[in-house]
Design a protein around this ligand. Structure first.
Ligand code: AMP
Length: 429
């Protein structure tokens, strides 16, 4: 029999809040992490968004603080959750408010890109748990609106994303400001060596818990790949969106500037679209998300980083305009569709260079992705090209991004490109 939240050592106000949200069964990371955190041990959690990790740390933090004498002081949070993006910060804060509804605690969230007035006011009133992005946190500390020496529990969330986004230096500035004797929780989807190093500098004798996103998510998604030349990808996208079954679509691109270009092309073709990426203002990102969520915009064009933590139901299709070179990101992206038991569709555009990423994705997901040749931009040369090493593919793809597109005769392309043939069968190389 599956463990229920009611079987766990969680206090009544948390049980009540869980009941109100309708959650009955803990996810694997919740089942494993909650008892460890409640016991006071440090934790290394290898898990990504979608596994239920937010509740896995929010629930025990609320319970631990609730069991200690209330010492809420202005400007001195008792727990700090550091997370890389504004969207994640907002979502974690929302979870705290939900799960902590029946305890007398206060939760605040601070992030950059908006005025600091309300955030400063919240801090001055005192907060039990503070959710923060690193830049704004340091900023408000410098202005003396905030101190970290009373932090009893410290969470570093999405550590590998922090590294990707260049926040490692900020984190190293923040660590010495924290109280030496504290409870540390460290979460990362992957453990590259720098993150390994950071985790061992923070954690003392941690329990290690590793979970992967449920494989069933991927199995419920109809995945296809379309071989296409890079220069035809925009046309292929517009072509696909003529089909109105694609009614709520996330398009993933790798580069921020390119997200805007895709939006312009779609809008020029009468398709409502908006972009979210790190260069957009906080207000613009929130608006774009809300419009998409309420079906006022049909297509959301996103980068991986900006899309982290976004939880929107009813997404009909995920389109990988470019394939990610990290297979876990692919799994994470396509998991946006097929939420809450529904089925979903994921379509990936693939050039000859990206075939190497595709091969890696198929290896990691242990699934072969079906090829769809039934579209006017099918590239037989991409379909037939051999799979190059990931290193070579990466170098070529990044080289193409750096070199500006040629005005005449199309973009520069590596050898091996060619024309479509209507007669040959695709090969997977
Ligand atoms: P997270 O990985 O924390 O971003 O959570 C992913 C999604 O799962 C969010 O929409 C949560 O609200 C939801 N969720 C978290 N825990 C549970 C649970 N035990 N049962 C059902 N849904 C959950």
């Amino acid at each position: 029999m599956a463990l229920k939240f009611t079987d766990m050592d969680l206090i009544a106000p948390l049980q009540q809040a869980l009941q109100a949200t309708g959650y009955t069964t803990p996810t694997p990371i919740q089942e494993q992490a909650i008892p460890v955190i409640l016991s006071g041990q440090d934790l290394l959690g290898i898990a990504q968004t979608g596994t239920g990790k937010t509740a896995a740390f929010c629930l025990p933090i609320i319970q631990i603080l609730h069991g200690r004498p209330l010492r809420r002081e202005p400007r001195c949070p008792r727990a700090l959750i550091l997370t890389p993006t504004r969207e994640l910060a907002i979502q974690i804060h929302k979870s705290l408010v939900t799960y902590g509804h029946f305890v007398p605690q206060k939760y605040a969230v601070i992030f950059g890109g908006v005025g600091q007035g309300n955030q400063v006011r919240d801090l001055a009133q005192g907060t039990d748990v503070l959710v923060a992005t690193p830049g704004r946190l340091l900023d408000l500390i410098q202005q003396k609106y905030l101190r970290l020496d009373k932090v009893e529990i410290f969470v570093l969330d999405e550590a590998d994303r922090m590294l990707d986004m260049g926040f490692l230096r900020d984190i190293k500035k923040i660590l010495p400001l924290l109280h030496g004797r504290r409870h540390n929780l460290f979460f990362s989807a992957t453990m590259p060596s720098e993150i390994q190093g950071l985790s061992s500098s923070i954690l003392k004798n941690p329990a290690k818990i590793e979970v992967t996103p449920p494989a069933t998510t991927v199995e419920k998604i109809a995945q296809t790949v379309m071989f296409v030349e890079k220069k035809e990808k925009l046309n292929l996208l517009v072509h696909l969106l003529k089909d109105h079954d694609l009614n709520k679509v996330i398009v993933f691109v790798e580069m921020k500037f390119f997200a805007n270009k895709v939006v312009e092309k779609l809008q020029a073709n009468g398709i409502s679209a908006a972009a979210i990426h790190g260069n957009k203002s906080q207000g613009a990102r929130q608006r774009a998300l809300e419009d998409f969520s309420l079906d006022r915009t049909r297509v959301l064009v996103a980068t991986d980083i900006a899309s982290r933590g976004i939880d929107i139901d009813g997404i009909s299709h995920v389109i990988n305009f470019e394939l990610p070179n990290v297979a876990e990101n692919y799994v994470h992206r396509i998991g946006r569709t097929a939420r809450a038991g529904s089925v979903g569709d994921a379509i990936s555009f693939c050039t000859s260079e990206e075939k190497s990423y595709l091969a890696n994705i198929e290896k990691v997901t242990k699934q072969q992705i079906a090829v769809n040749v039934d579209h006017p931009y099918h590239s037989e040369s991409a379909a037939r090209s051999s799979v190059m090493s990931v290193g070579k593919a990466k170098a070529q793809i990044e080289g193409q991004r750096r070199s500006p597109p040629a005005r005449r005769g199309g973009p520069r392309r590596p050898s091996g490109g060619g024309n479509r043939s209507r007669f040959s069968r695709p090969s997977r190389g």
